[in-house]
Design a protein around this ligand. Structure first.
Ligand code: SF4
Ligand code: SF4
Length: 431
């Protein structure tokens, strides 16, 4: 069955038509104590403590914001442990053993329409804060901070474009939770003060267009337009999407909110729905596991803090013992991981396992493909040269800090030069 499905699928869309597997009962989960945005934290639990799904087990401190840490299973706290994070860094985690009773905190239940309708903007933001909603498209920026800063917002954009090849996380979210997404949009409209919303996804998804158009008719009170956008990369880049939807060009360094626009990812919108309607923390997310190196590519709904090896196992493991490349995130912007015993945090959208192929970099032939392909109008070939000789002044003049690390220059490079790596190195040099 799987083999047949794969044979007739586009190799880049192995998981597009596969319903989501709910893998919500790992034996153990690992909640990171600190992360890239939060360098300190207070832990409220000790070994032996019993927790439920949604129990607050600590609080992270991000300097100008704070973030509750929640248990994502019911069970027993085993203690703290150092483990590999999906970013390739060794971090400290709270380890929780699942009792498989699936007990939720009593504060988590579905509120009535009347109750939810009575919530003020401040009530919604408080729910979002308490339940640690973050940018689930990968940014992990705290949603409540973004909402609190909203002033004079005119347009809300829900980004379900997910432009990187292979990934189907947002496609499945929109297809499988359309009513909840609509309600999430309603709450975000109230919290941002925006007058109109656009729900955006790629043109190629006819199934999504049909479902969302039908569901839209049940939510005529919500000022939202279903918007199909072009199938190119990087159409899902916030700045490119704003340009497509509103025609506005956001200058480098400006926040879209300064120009009356605010963007939320589709998965984040589902998180806001759950936080407001159920008082449910972000305890799970959708995840794409795909690539020709894995037996059964799958869409998975997983608990935050699940071990990557658990997810690999339910996908049947590797196809064979040959060398593989493991990419966390998409093939264009993701990062290679050298080991698979890592923890999947809330920012994990996907993992791609590819059969390793040898390729050799050749000298630059000055074809300028990299220049033509850059969506930010940069000159990657010149940045590479300045980077090699550590010419900081030239790097500044070449505006390398405007690079969004989209990977297009390296992808189109005739000589197979890993230009994105040079962009990252150049940014570090400037820092
Ligand atoms: S990764 Fe390359 S193509 Fe993408 S923005 Fe940076 S320089 Fe431009
Ligand atoms: S695409 Fe590659 S080969 Fe062509 S100019 Fe850029 S770096 Fe050189």
């Amino acid at each position: 069955m799987i083999a047949k499905t794969r044979a007739i699928s586009d190799v880049l869309n192995m998981t597009t038509s596969l319903p989501t597997i709910h893998f919500t009962n790992p034996k153990r989960v690992y909640v990171s104590i600190t992360n890239a945005r939060c360098k300190t934290a207070d832990v409220y639990v000790k070994p032996g403590d019993k927790v439920k799904i949604g129990t607050v087990i600590g609080k992270r401190n991000g300097g100008y914001f704070e973030q509750n840490m929640h248990s994502t299973v019911s069970g027993t706290v085993l203690g703290t442990v150092k483990k590999w994070h999906r970013t390739g860094k060794m971090l400290e985690f709270i380890e929780i053993e699942n009792d498989f009773k699936d007990e939720y905190e009593p504060t988590i239940y579905e509120r009535s329409d009347e109750e939810v309708d009575s919530y003020t903007r401040e009530d919604i933001i408080q729910r979002v804060k308490d339940n640690s909603c973050i940018g689930l498209g990968g940014s992990t920026f705290p949603t409540y901070v973004k909402l609190e800063s909203c002033q004079n917002i005119d347009t809300l954009i829900i980004n379900g474009v997910e432009c990187e090849p292979y990934l189907t996380t947002d496609h499945r979210i929109l297809l499988e939770y359309p009513n909840k997404i609509m309600e999430g949009i309603k709450y975000l409209l109230k919290a941002t003060g925006a007058k109109k919303a656009y729900l955006c996804f790629k043109k190629k998804y006819d199934d999504l267009f049909q479902v969302l158009t039908a569901v839209r008719k049940r939510h005529l009170d919500i000022p939202v337009e279903i918007k199909r956008v072009e199938n190119f990369y990087p159409q899902g880049w916030e700045i490119a999407l704003i340009k497509t939807v509103t025609g506005k060009t956001i200058p480098h360094g400006d926040l879209p909110s300064k120009h009356g626009v605010i963007v939320f990812n589709a998965s984040s919108t589902l998180g806001v729905y759950r936080a407001v309607r159920l008082n449910m923390p972000v305890i799970e997310r959708n995840f794409t596991m795909t690539g020709d190196g894995i037996k059964y590519p799958s869409n998975i709904r997983m608990r935050i803090g699940t071990h990557l090896t658990d997810l690999l196992e339910i996908c049947g493991g590797y196809v064979d013992d040959s060398d593989k490349v493991l990419i966390m995130g998409g093939p264009m912007m993701g990062a290679c991981l050298l080991r698979d015993d890592a923890v999947c945090s809330a920012s994990c959208t996907s993992a791609i396992v590819l059969q390793a192929k040898d390729y050799k970099e050749e000298p630059c032939i000055r074809c300028a493909s990299c220049v033509y392909s850059c969506p930010c109008g940069l000159q990657p070939v010149l940045i590479m040269k300045a980077c090699k000789i550590k010419d900081i002044d030239a790097l500044k003049k070449l505006r390398v800090n405007e690079c969004i690390e989209c990977g297009m220059c390296g992808y189109t490079c005739t000589s197979k030069i890993n230009l994105t790596d040079y962009m990252r190195q150049a940014k570090k040099l400037i820092k």
